[in-house]
Design a protein around this ligand. Sequence first.
Ligand code: MG
Ligand code: ZN
Length: 182
Amino acid sequence: MAIIILDRDGVINQHSDSHVRSADEWLPIAGSIEAMAQLSQAGHQLVIATNQSGLALGHFDLDDLEAMHAKMRALVEDAGGEIAAIFYCPHSDEDHCRCRKPNTGLLDAIEAEFDTSLHDCYFVGDRMADLQCAVAKGCKPVLVKTGCGDRTLMSLIQSPDPALIGTTVFENLAQFADFALR
Ligand SMILES: [Mg+2]
Ligand SMILES: [Zn+2]
């Protein structure tokens, strides 16, 4: 069944301008865990693609990141679903890496790992970098208004980007899941 790519911060859990730094600070957005469980139960493979520059900047370390992800996985499993995989970019802008979104390195790695194409898969995010990354790989860009999504929507309206014209917009991950499962 189809892979769905999910950004993490601002889509699954609450965004913080000063980085989410620990499992305690990792707080799900209302309805997001249940939405993931429903998508998973319907046969979708949920793969997370997340920029975590807080690692490069020293705001938290790999143990902290593992703890956040263990918490996220446990919540989804308790709700009856599962996360197929988590891919993260540990770099900051200064590293000029190929995996920091909007670059497509994370998606390339997902395609290699799952031996599949992500063309036409949904990619749900709250930032311009997510949408740009999605279209660069032929995914269907989905914007949620949680996290930075409101701000992103405002910029999209103020300076429309022809490449992002096919973006669909939802209030949150729960509303996207309702749509995807219809
Ligand atoms: Mg985000
Ligand atoms: Zn990177």
